[in-house]
Ligand binder design. Sequence first.
Ligand SMILES: Cc1ncc(COP(=O)(O)O)c(C=O)c1O
Length: 399
Amino acid sequence: MKSMRVIEQGNKVFMNNYAQFPLVLHSGKGSTVFDVDGKSYVDMVAGIAVNILGYDNQELNTALMKTIERGLFHCSNLYWNEQAVEAAGRIASLGEMDRVFFCNSGTEAIEAAIKLVRKAGSAKDPKKTDIITMEHSFHGRTYGSMTATGQTKYQKGFAPILPGFSYAPFNDIEKVTSLVTERTCAIIVEPVQGEGGIVPADKAFLKGLRTLCDTHDMLLVYDEVQCGLGRTGYPFAWQAYQVKPDVIAMAKALGSGIPMGAIAAHGTAALVFEPGDHAATFGGNLLSATAANVVLSKLADKRFLQHVHTGAAQLHKRLMQLKERFSFITDVRGVALMMGIELSIPVKPIISECMEHGLLVAPSGTNVIRFVPPLVITCEEIDRAIDILSDVLSSITYL
Ligand SMILES: Cc1ncc(COP(=O)(O)O)c(C=O)c1O
């Protein structure tokens, strides 16, 4: 099998930082991916909430080809390009923000947000540089974002981490309030925790954070890297809650597979950076920005978002049926097409078994199966996915 050859070679030349499933992907169509040996899989992972337009999307392909044919993918930020300016305008308009900074990934977006809030805070008082984040959060793997991440397992072995961070239990406004001092410049929160087990914020919690930030002259940052850009059925997750942050970090879905990250800010937060404060060589390059414009045009289309709500209702219904049937499913939770089921048993063997049967689902921690499919997924594809999962769950004999 071709897969085995690739994996054997990969095991020799890749650093050992991933524990991949034994699957070598090759191509895709709609919400289905194919491995190098031709086997197909219904994809409920979408490259971990990235490939929202699915595979072989003609609009995306055509737009990218047009940019490729012009021969210029990248021009640096010494100069302007039309695609990036258009993408920034679309983000500002869709997110009700004023200004945008482009980078290449989620972790870079969080780094940019950390620098922005520290600069804003220290301009008011040099000591105002502390940041509160949430337990079980995930914000990325570089030093700032790893420190912001409220899970020590990601920091183990990498001390010293950055100073000036503290962590509060998610959805506990009293605990967050108790951590605020005159040194606090910002709160960073995922409206729906992704790596922490697919846990949505309570609306009252986000409202409480908004009030706290307003009262103490702090900035509220939403990490929408995983939950943003249509996944909740709204262009941005804040719109699902109607509680607006000062800064939004985004990435993953922004280029639907072409690397792209950004922060957007409004009000005074949008005016913090000055020339020389921050940069990313590849940020806003023509190819990524082209992809982003296709994605953002879809997010401006009410029919596209309606499709997300329809798919979400079907997924939720089917997952609730599974919960009724299998007592080891202890919870079904999430928002729209960012769903998780919590099991009383480890999920990794189940996920491997699903793969054998032609379904890709991802873990979130040890006990949660996560569903973050392409947003173009159809109800029939969702049914196919859940039928496979249901068969796999029925065959579990080690309980
Ligand atoms: C909420 C959140 N923030 C940040 C990141 C980091 O993004 P990236 O892997 O693109 O650096 C992730 C990645 O999973 C994420 O889910």
